[in-house]
Ligand binder design. Structure first.
Ligand code: 48F
Length: 250
């Protein structure tokens, strides 16, 4: 017998179980774009407890759209091994560049991150951080629908040892810290220069305030580096570096 009440109960109970178990994590990541997903995967692979909070209905950030809605991405030689770790089909193009399906790529990242134990909560945005003496200690969350409807509803907090800003072009979490805590300055991204952007994104992936790591396009926005368009090697290497920074700090 299929009972509607049991279906509702199953959904609510299983969701709540996962949410309650994520109220205190090692790492809370804002944004389930490519850099956030890759960061989460490499953390979870080492046994780190990770939750991602994604404002959108769907995961993937800017990746599914490829370049101007041509749903392909370009990846360079340096990030090939990451693509291979996810068994993603690569086609060699030229100049040490490869193409891949943006849909296959983001699906593989998402699937493998979840299988490693990452908890992903979509439709929840990070609207603030929890702060302790000179350290970021977690994220402050609210439903995207609350934000869209501009309702006055108080948020809830999730504690974490580290917060990762993987929010992309707006570097949202760093901007919150800049505005409310101080001690950091978000310079804002510069116009497109693919090679420079790809080079600088690795260096820009850092702990910018105690407990707050920035990766992906947010890292370039933080340091005033250029955008790079639909080449994604830097995003992947940046996400991996963010995970390594956290793992090194224990
Ligand atoms: O923008 P996004 O894909 O960032 P990324 O991982 O990758 C950048 C590339 O997609 C592309 C590029 C390649 O060269 O430049 O743009 O750095 O993913 C960011 C995700 O964060 C979510 C947003 O919905 C998106 O899915 N996001 C943004 N702000 C918040 C957030 C927030 N405050 N709380 C939760 N999620």
């Amino acid at each position: 017998m299929i009972d509607e009440k049991i279906i509702s109960q199953a959904i609510i109970e299983s969701y709540m179980k996962e949410l309650i178990s994520s109220l205190e994590v090692d790492v809370a990541i804002a944004g389930a774009g490519p850099s956030g997903l890759i960061c989460s995967y490499y953390l979870a692979k080492e046994g780190v407890k990770v939750a991602i909070f994604e404002r959108n209905l769907k995961v993937g950030g800017g990746m599914p759209g490829g370049g101007m809605m041509f749903n392909r991405i370009v990846v360079q030689e340096e990030a090939k091994s990451i693509m291979e770790e996810f068994n993603i089909t690569l086609e060699e193009y030229k100049d040490n560049l490869y193409t891949a399906s943006s849909i296959e790529t983001i699906s593989a990242f998402t699937y493998k991150a979840i299988k490693k134990g990452v908890k992903i909560f979509n439709l929840i945005g990070v609207e603030d951080v929890i702060i302790r003496e000179n350290r970021v200690g977690g994220v402050v969350l609210n439903w995207t629908s609350v934000e869209i409807a501009n309702l006055h509803v108080d948020p809830l907090g999730v504690k974490s040892k580290f917060v990762v800003d993987a929010t992309g072009h707006d570097s949202e979490i760093c901007r919150i810290v800049e505005k409310k805590v101080g001690g950091v300055e978000v310079k804002g991204e510069k116009s497109m220069w693919a090679e420079k952007g790809e080079e600088e994104i690795i260096e820009n992936t850092k702990e910018v305030y105690p407990g707050l790591i920035v990766c992906g396009m947010a890292a370039n926005a933080f340091y005033g580096s250029p955008r790079m368009g639909a080449i994604f090697g830097g995003m992947l290497l940046s996400g991996k570096k963010a995970a390594e920074i956290i793992i090194t700090q224990g």
